[in-house]
Design a protein around this ligand. Structure first.
Ligand SMILES: [Zn+2]
Length: 97
């Protein structure tokens, strides 16, 4: 297991949350490691892959929506891939020929 690069092992991140009573700030459970503070090496590889996808996309001057459309993915799903979301990568892997 590796230390989560997003929360640096804390398991939570400081965030601004918007609710019916207005915005508030606080710590939310880290979405990358799900609060564990650590991630698997496989997950780390997906995060790295997502980072490369983002750099590649930006080098072609495309928005994440345009790139998602090009790949036949929803913008939300594509965004999850760029963030190295383990479940999103698992879904994409299943759909590949
Ligand atoms: Zn984390």
């Amino acid at each position: 297991m590796l230390t989560c690069p997003k929360c640096k092992g804390a398991g939570e991140n400081f965030a601004v949350m918007c609710g019916p009573s207005g915005g508030r700030t606080g710590n939310v459970r880290c979405s990358t490691c799900k609060g564990a503070g650590v991630i698997s090496e496989k997950h780390a590889a997906f995060i790295e892959q997502g980072e490369k996808m983002k750099q590649d996309r930006q080098s072609r001057d495309l928005s994440h929506r345009e790139e998602a459309k090009r790949l036949g993915l929803s913008a939300a799903e594509y965004s999850r891939l760029e963030h190295g979301d383990l479940e999103a990568w698992a879904r994409v892997a299943r759909e590949l020929p």
